[in-house]
Every structure is written in C-alpha cells, then in structure tokens.
Design a protein around this ligand. Sequence first.
Ligand SMILES: *Cc1c(COP(=O)(O)O)cnc(C)c1O
Length: 430
Amino acid sequence: MTDETSYGFDTLQIHAGARPDPATGARQTPIYQTTAYVFRDADHAAALFNLQEVGFIYSRLTNPTVAVLQERIATLEGGVGAVCCSSGHAAQIMALFPLMMPGNNVVVSTRLYGGTVTQFTHTIKRFGWNAKFVDFDDLDAVKAACDDQTRAVFCEAIANPGGYITDLDAISAIANEAGVPLIVDNTSATPYLCRPIEHGATLVVHSTTKYLTGNGTVTGGCIVDSGKFDWSASDKFPSLSAPEPAYHGLKFHETFGALAFTFHGIAIGLRDLGMTMNPQAAHYTLMGTETLSLRMDRHVENAMKIAEWLENDPRVDYVTYAGLKSSPYNARVEKICPRGAGGLFTFAVKGGYDACIKLVNALEIFSHVANLGDTRSLIIHSASTTHRQLTEEQQVAAGAAPEVVRVSIGTENADDLIADLDQALAKATA
Ligand SMILES: *Cc1c(COP(=O)(O)O)cnc(C)c1O
C-alpha cells in the first residue's frame, strides 16, 4: 500500500502488510509452509547471515506469512516494527529479554492476567530477573518502586480480569522520568479500542490468541515497538546499545536506529529462544484481524447491555465494567479507550464462592473455559482456576476475589446472553 497513514482502521486491518502474491497473484496471503529459503548464491547467504541484507533464511527467524501479520499489527498499533511469537507469554519474555540482565527488575501492576502474575512472580527469577508488584492507581508507589536496577515498567491497558483501565499517560511519564521503557499488554483492549503508543508506551505486547484472532483457534503473541526509545541514552540497555559479540560487534541501536528492538527480537530473540509463531497460526490470526473492528464494536455494545442488566439485578452484588457510570474507572474510558471499555469484566454473585460455582455450571450459551476474546461468550471463576496459584491477597489485588466470576462477552445476541444469565442466576442463588 502506498501511504498507509492516510487509511482508516477498517481499511488497514484488512490490507496492512499484505499485497497480492508476487509469484501467483493470489489475493489472500498464502500460508508459506516452508522451513527454509533458497539463497541466490553464496554472497547472498553471507549478506543475510551478517544482517547486511534483509530476507528469509529459516522459519525460526522469519517467514513471509508471519511477516505480513507482523506488519499488520505494527501498523494497527502505530509502531515501526513487530515480532510475532508462539504465545502471549512468549511475547512477554521476548519483550523483557533485550532489556534485562541478572539483578535487574521490572515494575509491574498488581492487576494482571493470572498467568502473567505467576510468570513474573516465579519463573523470571530463574533468569535472575525480579518483578516488583505495585498498585498502578498509586502513582507515588510506582515512582518509588523504580530504582537503578529497574529496566522496564509493565501493565495492561484494560486489565484482566476486572476490565480496569490503566492511566497510561501518567504511568508512561513515570517510566520516562526513570529512563526505562513502558511495556503495555494490549490484549484485552486491542489497537481498535486503545493505542498505547499514543499514550507514551515504548513496547506493546499481545496475546494474539484472544481478540486479534477472535475465534479461539490458535495461540500466538506479538511485540510491537514504537521505535521512539533512545536505547543509547544510558548504559542500561547494553544488548541494544553495546557491541553484540554474536554479530561481530554490531551495535543494534547504532545500526538499525528505530528498528533496533525489532531486529534484536528476530536476530537474537527468535534465533536463540526459538519461541516462533508458525505460518498456520499467522494465517488464522490474519483472518481474524480483518474483522477486528466489527467484532470489537459488538463486544463493547453487548458488554454494556449485559453489565447494565447485571448491575440492576438484586442477585448480583457488584459489576466491575469500566463502561458503567458507577465504575471508578469510567472517567478513563474517554481518555484511554474512547471506543469503549472492551468486553471483559467481573461480577460478584450473592452467595459467594459456592454460588459462583453453581452459576458457571448452570449456564448454557456461555462456555466455561480459560480463554477470552472469542466470538463466543465465555465465563470462568478465576479464583478456582486462572488465579488459583495466587494467594487470596493477590487474588483480591488482581480483581479475582473468590466471590466474582469473569465474563468475556461474545458477539451473540445480547438478549440471548441475558436470558442465559437470568436462568443460571436463578439456579445459583435459589
Ligand atoms: C491470555 C493472556 C496472556 C497470555 O497469552 P497466551 O497466548 O495464553 O500465552 C497474557 N496477557 C493477557 C492479558 C492475556 O489475556
């Protein structure tokens, strides 16, 4: 496409990154199901291996189908480049990997996807990294947590499971002052509802498993780079600013400028960690992105109707949807995600833990699964599943208290979803 910046979101979600296949004219992006690519000659091979020329070597690093998805997500997010990988969790490790050395820490929000809390609490310690959990509504606490070993600040735009909205502008100002990048997990919002880079984020990570694919078929992840961070402004990020021994002393930032993080993600991250997205997964996710805005509008419309209905139901204690006037996060919708507060929220059932379990068992249209962002409506009791590894204190801080269920509102008819909730609440609270 000629000048992508002039096109609207609905156009870009279909066309960005893609062009008719040069070999066959195929209009849809082919699934390049190949492991390796033939070099033109020995000089071409050497240039590719030296990063002097960009091209395809081996599908652990790059693949043409995956490359289309990378360009599409980067465009939708307003970034300069993106690296796709095998899952959202892989994307989080791949985002931190160029930034962190043993002894370094990342300052993270307490309101995160349950698996991320576990990854950051336990697993990253094996790399010598540490996460400092802070309430991101307490800006002084975030500021105080940043120390000279901090290498990144991490939060979700619309935070799982409660649908809480983070004040990204305030958080990015703190990260900026500390001289470290802000990484925003934009999985729940998607670039249609929120564009974190416009609020100061350096990197945006996704679980493409969720809304970007949109139909619960494949796992995947993505890291988008804004291209705006000056990796050479301090000596904090030697992987990007100092000579890289594995590439004859090449300095990524000096050589690739705004694309330094993206090139590092491919040439070091995917090459050595191997958390690669396969072309089939990229294909399914490309299909999903084509209808992203249409689905997100319906997710938001349905979530609003259902949240309002639940809030007025005497069998429900409270509803956390930020789209509701009663939500303490309602004022942030206009600023952070003006097209709506997403499709994800929790509600508390009168009768607590036991009533939640009965509700989940009684629903017919809602599926009881550990996933979100599907066209189907989904429900889960976080405290007994996704947030089970957390202490009760961590569960409450994360918005996954024992008396709440999390819903991911699908794109079905809202009236059918309300009727389903109505009959199940009757059984749960009888
Ligand atoms: C699902 C999810 C992840 C993890 O993604 P996977 O693709 O399951 O590895 C991370 N963050 C958020 C907000 C998620 O919803």
